[in-house]
Ligand binder design. Structure first.
Ligand SMILES: O=C(O)COP(=O)(O)O
Length: 234
């Protein structure tokens, strides 16, 4: 990998830069991402968390201050500068239908969302997909391993991140995506290089151009070491 040319790293948060998927940031992974940013690369969080959480992590963590949050539904560029790509009302309509037909559907306590609904992983997602399709309700229903997400049709991490690529004229062959869950697959598809961590499922690994052995946090360091042996010298 040639790091002379500026790259854009699209990085998932939970299960990717957290310790053992537990929500606590793996500091060495964050440090490595900050170094990449200091070298002039873009490091952009692309997450199922609220885009404000991702944005704050970028501010405090020292990475590029742009976040694709809400699983692609919301882009945050500053404290009061959000671009909404999804419509929360249609997600709430889908939620009502799921609640009326499946037991034990619970909203997950999360920071406020502008474009999506987030649920606990307490029911069968495939059953919910079938019910929605029988009711002609078109939404994206996905599992980040941390939560289930209901997003507007065609809203996912790939479509959200492609808006950032358009805005900043970032080319596909400059993008390196790093992630661990099914919600990262659409992001992998728009990146030239995609890296699935050791804790990813076989399906997610099969969609990535590269896999590493180590899990969340350490896996990011393993991936960056593979991509840029010189990183540790900076
Ligand atoms: O699902 C979430 O809310 C967070 O998940 P992610 O950061 O792994 O996308």
């Amino acid at each position: 990998m040639n790091f002379v040319k500026k790259k854009t790293f699209a990085v998932d948060i939970d299960g990717t830069i957290t310790e053992n998927g537990g929500g606590r940031i793996h500091l060495d992974a964050l440090d490595a991402l900050r170094r990449l940013t200091n070298m002039g690369h873009n490091v952009i969080f692309v997450t199922g968390r609220s885009s404000i959480e991702g944005y704050l992590l970028s501010v405090f963590g020292g990475t590029t201050k742009i976040t694709v949050g809400e699983n692609g539904g919301c882009l945050t560029f500053d404290s009061n500068d959000h671009v909404l790509l999804g419509n929360i009302e249609e997600c709430k309509t889908a939620l009502k239908v799921i609640e009326n037909n499946i037991e034990n559907v619970k909203e997950k306590p999360v920071f406020p969302r502008m474009t999506e609904v987030v649920l606990e992983r307490t029911f069968d997602l495939d059953v919910a997909k079938k019910i929605l399709s029988e009711n002609n309700i078109e939404v994206e229903l996905s599992d980040s391993q941390y939560a289930f997400h209901i997003n507007s049709p065609d809203v996912d991490k790939g479509t959200g991140f492609s808006k950032i690529m358009e805005k900043y004229s970032i080319l596909r062959n400059e993008v390196i995506a790093i992630g661990d869950s099914a919600t990262d697959i659409p992001l992998f598809k728009i990146a030239k290089t995609s890296i699935a961590l050791g804790n990813a499922s076989d399906l997610v690994k099969s969609e990535a151009t590269m896999t590493v052995n180590a899990n969340a946090g350490d896996g990011v360091i393993e991936a960056l070491d593979k991509l840029a042996p010189k990183l540790s010298e900076i």
